[in-house]
Design a protein around this ligand. Structure first.
Ligand code: AMP
Ligand code: ZN
Length: 454
């Protein structure tokens, strides 16, 4: 079995080779917990979940780390502005700890709603302060660190292929710089440690050999990934927005610290977009999963929607698209509910499915294999194959639930029952036809009418 994955660093699909036989280490950049995670954020975690499930399906034991950023992420990725968590705590009049835990808990509830499995370990940035300080000490000893009046900075000019991940023209950037660098040496340099402007104003600040302050955002991910997965590990994931700054910086820190590259495969998920624009928290975030539920959607319909588009392509969100996905998902479940399990597994379709998932997580392809199998009147072993496929889809495809019937159809069914009770068979037949036109079939049984998709 060969699994191919697209590596952002090489810009190629590569054959996945684990460092340790049968095992995979994955670090997934997690949420900054100052607000709700919107459905755009969750698209990223559905992608990471699929990656994990595909590797598990392929027989690997996966250790996944997801970090929780509860300190250091500033309102501008370029080390300026306020700390997002501190700002939210001030606005809500709460402790930073409470803010972080509150939003993290909701995020975890969303994992359950979307059938995203939890990581092996959650790592909180504020719990790894000493490790972060120790990491800076190593970088400092190796000559990658300089001090300014507001903190310690990483000298990116010391990493010769700093721009490789983002295909950045670093020389061009440096030559053409018109921005005020203040005390930074290079435009791409970033903070490792920021000093508190005045002691006692921030809720989260720590002593360090260089002064009271807090770690820069990029540092936590290098430190916690290496701590849990080692100085060489397999896969690092995140959203595409992380490529030019956060992951370029993480990679630079890793190389400086370990003397070699640490991550073998950098894999990034494309955005969920709305009317052509990336959905982002700073602009209000569009919807949360709970808001979709409040609108009457099944949260797994959003997971299903994500499989309509490959993870490396933008996905245009609209309520209409979600409704379309929900209709497809429910139809699929209803059809499956009526298929008998003959005890076998359809190997032909399962192998087509595997070809898709192992080819850089081609979920749209996998979904169409599933539909083709269901429509294939001659195929046997359908339920056996779906059991296997759903280990990756995670859509509860065989979970028996009541058929969700639109209200108008329910009303017609009731009317028809009344017509039958009063012996008005013509009316009952006419109503059966109306129901059929709406895509449903009624079956009469001693216990009442049963309704199924037609
Ligand atoms: P944050 O909480 O802002 O640090 O983001 C959490 C994750 O969501 C990161 O991996 C981001 O790259 C990702 N992300 C943010 N916005 C979107 C979006 N519109 N579509 C997909 N992923 C996103
Ligand atoms: Zn990160």
């Amino acid at each position: 079995m060969v699994i191919k994955l697209y590596n952002t660093l090489s810009r190629k699909k590569e054959v996945f080779k684990p460092i340790k036989k049968g095992q995979v280490g994955i670090y997934t950049c997690g949420p900054t917990v100052y607000s709700y995670q919107h459905i755009g954020n969750l698209r990223s975690y559905i992608f990471a979940d699929i990656l994990k499930k595909v590797l598990e399906y392929g027989g690997y034991r996966v250790k996944q780390i997801i970090n929780v950023t509860d300190v250091g992420h500033l309102t501008s990725d370029a080390d300026a502005g306020e700390d997002k968590i501190e700002k939210a705590a001030e606005k809500e009049g709460k402790k930073t700890k409470d803010i972080a835990r509150y939003y993290w808990k909701i995020f975890k509830d969303d994992f359950v709603k979307l059938n995203i499995s939890e990581p092996s370990v959650w790592t909180w940035a504020s719990k790894y302060i000493q490790d972060q300080i120790d990491f800076i000490k190593v970088l400092d000893k190796k000559g990658f660190v300089y001090k300014t009046s507001d903190g310690l900075y990483f000298d990116t000019s010391k990493i010769k292929d700093y721009g490789k991940m983002a295909n950045l023209d670093v020389e061009g950037l440096r030559a053409g710089k018109r921005v005020d660098l203040k005390e930074k040496k290079n435009i791409t340099d970033f903070a490792l440690w920021k000093f508190s402007e005045k002691a006692g104003i921030r809720q989260q600040e720590w002593d360090s050999p260089w002064g009271l302050g807090f770690p820069g955002w990029h540092l936590e991910c290098s430190v916690m990934s290496i701590k849990h997965l080692g100085e060489r590990f397999d896969i690092h994931t995140g959203g595409l927005d992380h490529v030019p700054v956060h992951h370029s910086n993480e990679r630079a820190q890793n190389i400086a610290y370990a003397g070699h590259s640490v991550v073998n495969y950098w894999i990034h998920g494309a955005f969920l977009v709305f009317k052509g624009e990336k959905i982002s928290k700073s602009k209000g975030g569009l919807y949360t999963v709970s808001e979709l539920e409040d609108k009457g959607f099944n949260s797994l319909s959003f997971r299903y929607l994500c499989f309509n588009v490959h993870y490396r392509s933008p996905l245009n969100f609209s309520l209409k698209a979600l409704k379309g996905a929900e209709d497809g998902y429910e139809r699929l479940k209803n059809i499956l509910a009526d298929i008998e399990d003959d005890g076998s597994v359809n190997k032909e379709y399962l192998s087509k499915f595997e070809k898709c998932i192992f080819d850089d997580l081609d979920m749209p392809g996998a979904l169409s294999v599933l539909w083709n199998m269901i429509r294939d009147k001659k195929a046997s072993g359908k339920i056996g194959a779906v059991k296997e496929m759903d280990k990756v889809f995670g859509l509860d495809l065989l979970k028996k639930e009541k058929v969700k019937v639109p209200e108008v159809v329910e009303k017609l069914v009731k009317k028809r029952e009344e017509a039958r009770k009063s012996g008005d068979w013509n009316k009952a037949d006419q109503l059966r036809e109306e129901i059929k036109e709406m895509g449903y079939a009624v079956e009469d049984s001693p216990s009442g009418s049963k309704i199924k998709p037609n």
